[in-house]
Design a binder for this molecule. Structure first.
Ligand SMILES: NC(=O)c1ccc[n+]([C@@H]2O[C@H](COP(=O)([O-])OP(=O)(O)OC[C@H]3O[C@@H](n4cnc5c(N)ncnc54)[C@H](O)[C@@H]3O)[C@@H](O)[C@H]2O)c1
Length: 272
């Protein structure tokens, strides 16, 4: 990959191509990460899924490889573990000959207790995955990218990194995602001009997060999801596939002059 220093000379559709690019997606076994991976595979990228759920990553990789006709592989990785993250980056470089794009996406979020009774252990668990994990993934990816031609890093923040929520028990999650937003901005400054770093801030999306609380049929969650729908201008929650277009934009030369920014993909949740 050549550095995106100038607008793509080719046509705009070609600027979305990842032909020959190596892509690493943490938390790629399912949900939003699998959608990012699918977008990149469809655009011609070679993709490595890194996930703590090794079996899930393997089966998702096989499905995406077949559907997109792409080289999609899997590696077991706990993003809170420095060695695991370094190994996942090395595995990507070894498999595909470099690293051009990283999605620092793995994250967890559950409804815990409200702030006055929030447990410290749960707080630290969320911070370890959502914030330490994004830091470690960015650091190790940047080291590999700087040794080559540079690259693009996309973090997964959340609208809850930008605003609070009526849904209680999310203080650790909200704080962690606020940290991802600010980390992304600072990383863009420190890693430019070779590496562009941007964040995607999804709204509420139907995935397996939080033990399945965001699934469409999640037991007991309908009133909460209805409240979320009412607060969303488009009147529905998102699906992972809603994130694919933005993910590909930020992963590709189409976004050549974008860095240090947070892109909301939230159905209008944060408009009011
Ligand atoms: N679903 C939403 O409403 C929503 C909204 C905004 C942001 N997000 C963010 O999107 C990202 C993806 O979440 P999702 O909704 O697709 O959830 P998900 O649970 O469907 O997927 C998360 C993936 O991360 C993996 N993972 C968890 N801990 C890990 C670890 N320590 N190391 C490596 N992998 C790990 C899981 O195994 C899973 O495959 C997260 O950062 C999440 O905070 C989700």
């Amino acid at each position: 990959m050549e550095r995106d220093d100038v607008p793509a000379a080719a046509g705009v559709l070609e600027s979305f191509s990842l032909d020959g690019d190596a892509v690493l997606v943490t938390g790629g076994a399912g949900g939003i990460g699998a959608a990012y991976a699918e977008a990149c595979a469809e655009a011609g990228g070679d993709v490595m899924l890194a996930d703590i759920d090794a079996d899930g990553a393997e089966s998702t990789a096989a499905e995406l490889a077949e559907a997109a006709g792409a080289d999609v592989r899997a590696v077991a990785c706990d993003v809170t573990d420095e060695d695991d993250v370094r190994d996942a980056v090395d595995a990507t470089v070894d498999a595909f000959g470099g690293l051009d794009v990283t999605f620092a996406n793995a994250g967890i979020g559950r409804l815990f207790d409200p702030v006055h009774s929030q447990d410290l252990e749960h707080w630290r668990e969320v911070m370890a995955v959502n914030l330490d994990g994004v830091f470690l993934t960015t650091r190790e990816s940047a080291a590999a990218m700087r040794a080559d031609e540079g690259g693009r890093i996309v973090t997964t923040a959340s609208v809850l990194g930008l605003v609070g929520t009526e849904t209680p028990g999310l203080s650790a999650y909200v704080a962690s995602k606020g940290g991802v937003v600010q980390f992304t901005r600072q990383a863009a400054v420190e890693l430019g001009p070779d590496i562009r770093v941007n964040a995607i801030a999804p709204g509420w999306v139907h995935t397996g997060i939080g033990g399945g609380m965001m699934r469409e049929d999640a037991p007991g969650m309908e009133p909460v999801q209805e409240q979320m729908r009412q607060e969303t201008a488009l009147g529905r929650l998102g699906y992972p596939a809603d994130l694919k277009g933005l993910a590909l934009f930020l992963a590709s030369p189409a976004s050549a002059y974008c860095t240090g920014a947070v892109y909301r993909n939230d159905g209008g949740y944060t408009t009011t």
